[in-house]
Design a protein around this ligand. Sequence first.
Ligand SMILES: Cc1cc2nc3c(=O)[nH]c(=O)nc-3n(C[C@H](O)[C@H](O)[C@H](O)COP(=O)(O)OP(=O)(O)OC[C@H]3O[C@@H](n4cnc5c(N)ncnc54)[C@H](O)[C@@H]3O)c2cc1C
Length: 430
Amino acid sequence: MIRIVVLGGGFAGMEVVQGLDRGLRGRDDVDVLLVSDRNYLLFTPLLPQVASSMVEPRHIIQPIRDIRGFSGRFRFRRDSVVGIDLMGRRVRLAEGDIEWDRLVLALGGVTPSFSVPGVDEHALPYKSLEDAMAMRDHLLDLAEHADHDHPGAPLRRPLTICVVGGGYTGVELIAELQDLFASYIVPRYRGIGPSDYRLLLIEAGREILHGVHPALAARARQKLWRDRIEVHTETRVTRVLAGAVETAGGARIPVSLTIWAAGVAGHPVLARLPVRKDRLNRLVVDHFMRLPDHPGVYGAGDAVVVSEMPSASVPIIPAALAHGRVVAENLIAELSGRPLKAIDFEPRGMLVSLGEKNAVIEVLGVRTSGVFAWLFWNALHLVKLVGVRKQIQVAADWSLAQLFPRDSAIMRRPTRCPICRNLARAPDAA
Ligand SMILES: Cc1cc2nc3c(=O)[nH]c(=O)nc-3n(C[C@H](O)[C@H](O)[C@H](O)COP(=O)(O)OP(=O)(O)OC[C@H]3O[C@@H](n4cnc5c(N)ncnc54)[C@H](O)[C@@H]3O)c2cc1C
C-alpha cells in the first residue's frame, strides 16, 4: 500500500485530497490520509463579517467530512502536527506517529510579529475563526465599557481601534469595523456619538493594498478617508503596549485595542525543517511543487513559495487552490510513471471589500469600484462558499442584516483571555 499523507485541511490540502479522490479511482493500492487540527474548512474572506457581527461564525465553515461526502475515499484524522522527520519518513502527531511514502505540506502560514515586542501579549491576532469571534466580543465589550448611556457625557474609556497591516486583510477589516460602529454601535449605544470613536490603520509600506493596482489602492484610501478612518502609511509599529502602540521615532498612540494583521509567514513546525526557506520562513518549492532534495515531498498553499515565481507565491486562495491541483496531478503522474506538470499561476484579479456597498475590484483587466464592485464581490464569494447550505445561510445573514440589527450579545468569558486581562489593566487614559 502506498501511503500519501496530506498535512493541513485548508484550501490547499482539501484541493489535494479531492484531486486525488478524482484521479485515483480504481487504485486500491493507494491510501490517502488528510491530517488537520480543525475538522472544518474555514472560508477566510468572510472573517471580517464575523468580527463585525454581520454573519454567523458557523455559516462560514464547512466540516471536512461533509465536503468528503459519501463518495470521497480519503481518510481524515483530526490531530496536530508537532514535528516532521523527512529522512525517517515519519510525522509526529500529538496523538502518535504516522509513516508516509508521499507527503504534502499544506499547513498554511502564521501572522509574523516581526519581533515587535508586545504583539503576543497585547495585540489580538486575526487569522482563525476563534480570532474573529474573540475580536467581535472585545469590540462590543469595549463599547459597553465606554458607554455612559448619557448622550454628551464624556466616555468612560475612549474608543480607539488600531489595525496594524494595510494589506487587503487589514483594509477589509477596518472598513467592516467602520460599518459596525456607524450602523450599529453609534445608533444603539446612547453614550457613544459619531465622533467618539477612532479607527486607525497603520502600514509600514508607502501605500496600503500593496499588489493592487495603484489607482484602485488610491480609491480605497479615499473611501477610508471619507469614512474618517485614519490611515498612517510609512509608519512602523515598534512596540505594542497595553493601551498604546509605539511607532518608529518614539511616538506613542493611545489605543483601546490593537489588532495585528501584518502579513504571512511560514508555519512554525515547517520552519524547523532543515530545508531552504525564504526570509519569512516559507518553504521554497520547485516549479513542480516538490521540496528539492526530498523525493516524494510536496508543498502547497501559504506554507510555501515557488522558486523564482513570485506571482505563483501570493498568499491567496486561488494560489492555494492552484498549488493543490498541481500537487494532486503530480502525485498521480508520479504513481503512474508519467511526466510531472509545472505550476502556471498568476492572480487574474483582486477583490477588496470596503464595507457595506463598496469595494474595489480588478477582474480580467477590468478595474472598477463602488456598489457594482461590491455586488460582484458578494456574488463571487457566495458562489465560492463550499456547500449550498452555507450559501443559503450567508445569503440569509446578509438579507436579515438589511432588516434587523446585528447581534451584540457578548459570548466569551473575558477573565479567561490574557489579552482581556491586559486590556483591563490598561490605564483609563489609554
Ligand atoms: C483574515 C483573512 C482574510 C483573508 N481573506 C482572503 C480573501 O478575501 N481572498 C483570498 O484569496 N484569500 C484570503 N485570505 C488568505 C487565504 O485564507 C489563504 O491564502 C488560504 O487560506 C491559504 O490556504 P492554505 O491551505 O495554504 O492554508 P489554510 O487555509 O490556513 O489551511 C491550513 C490548515 O492547516 C491546519 N493546521 C495548521 N497547523 C496545523 C498543525 N500543527 N497540525 C495540524 N493542522 C494544522 C489549519 O488548521 C488549517 O486547516 C485571507 C486570510 C485571512 C487570515
